[in-house]
Design a protein around this ligand. Structure first.
Ligand SMILES: [Zn+2]
Length: 351
């Protein structure tokens, strides 16, 4: 059995993504690759996203009841340090979970941004499975239509079948008249039933629209998540990293060489990239400056950023505390320069 049958359209879309200008086809994107391999019988999609010397392997397991049931996403080997990959692993799994709850792709991606995790409260209730009742109604309707057509055809034949050899109708005038009357009645009944069915359908659509307008986005049932998740990992993670610039200095944050990046993290280098609450990557020393020097509590200066106040769990978020620290630092600097003045510049010039 092909367990990827329901995922097939999205697998096709994934294969085509790297042909799009912004992912693989455009200038500066030549090093982006997405290698896809599928195992139909196991229901597994394996991906390798490549950007220059960086890569990330991903395994997506598609359940038989997809999209009613959520997919499982696992990260395999990668040249990104875990300090980077873990963030995207958690984020993409959150997106998949939200889509399976019926939250729209746009909201699922937006609310997975670390800065927004509290801003958008998803409705956690598991939504109703797709309305199967409608489907069986539809089939019953089709059967009914076929029956109607069969009966109508039979009656029409009773009325009109004519023998060319005998030069007369096959059925008596009486029988033909009865058939015509029957057909007329049947058509009228059919038109009536059709109108009722239409009205019923409109009521369902209307109810649906009202629910949609009420808008927790949950009513349309679980959303497909494979393409959204893969596109997220391309656009926000693997394909983006080589272009990420520090919001305060405009410098490229991630070195071209994955080993150098690994070294930055191992040695706690000031150059190691660190992701702030808004989702932007800073060089550690730059985020330190941004958070510990005035103006305190400033919004992220990145023009692509949602522009919220930047914080990070490794720094105090209390503005008062930051101001105090800053005042103390300045006071210390003043003291040192006063001592320097007192001792005379020559004493310091010596070292
Ligand atoms: Zn930002």
């Amino acid at each position: 059995t092909n367990r990827l049958l329901y995922a097939a359209p999205e697998i096709g879309q994934i294969r085509n993504l790297t042909r799009e200008h912004k992912y693989g086809g455009g200038e500066g994107n030549e090093k982006n690759k997405c290698i896809v391999s599928c195992n139909d019988t196991k229901g597994i999609i394996k991906l390798k996203l490549v950007n220059g010397d960086y890569f990330q392997r991903i395994t997506i397991t598609v359940p038989d009841e997809y999209p009613q049931e959520p997919i499982d996403i696992q990260f395999g080997s990668s040249s990104f340090p875990y300090q980077v990959s873990t963030l995207y692993y958690n984020q993409v799994r959150e997106i998949a979970r939200k889509l399976s709850l019926g939250i729209s792709a746009e909201n699922a991606v937006r609310s997975s941004n670390p800065a927004n995790t509290d801003a958008v409260k998803p409705t956690e209730k598991k939504c109703e499975p797709a309305p199967i009742r409608l489907t069986s109604d539809y089939i019953r309707g089709l059967k009914h239509d076929v029956n109607f057509l069969k009966q109508a055809k039979e009656l029409e034949q009773v009325n009109s079948s004519y023998s060319k050899i005998l030069h007369k109708y096959d059925h008596s005038t009486e029988a033909r008249r009865r058939a015509r009357r029957e057909l007329k009645k049947l058509t009228r009944q059919e038109a009536e039933a059709e109108r009722e069915r239409e009205e019923e359908e409109w009521k369902i659509i209307e109810r649906q629209q009202l629910k949609d307008a009420a808008g927790d986005g949950n009513q349309n049932g679980p959303k497909r998540s494979i393409r959204v998740c893969v596109e997220f990992l391309m656009a926000e993670y693997v394909f983006k990293m080589s272009k990420v610039r520090c919001p305060t200095t405009g410098e490229i944050v991630f070195p071209k060489d994955p080993e150098l990046l690994e070294k930055y993290y191992k040695t706690n280098s000031k150059k190691r990239p660190i992701r702030a609450s808004c989702g932007c990557w800073y060089k550690h020393e730059e985020l330190d400056k941004f958070l510990t020097e005035p103006p305190f509590g400033a919004a992220c200066p990145n023009s692509d950023c949602i522009g919220v106040k930047v914080f990070h769990k490794d720094w105090p978020s209390d503005v008062k505390q930051l101001e105090k620290q800053w005042a103390m630092k300045k006071a210390r600097e003043r003291e040192i320069s006063e001592i320097a003045d007192f001792l005379g510049a020559s004493a310091f010039a010596a070292d």
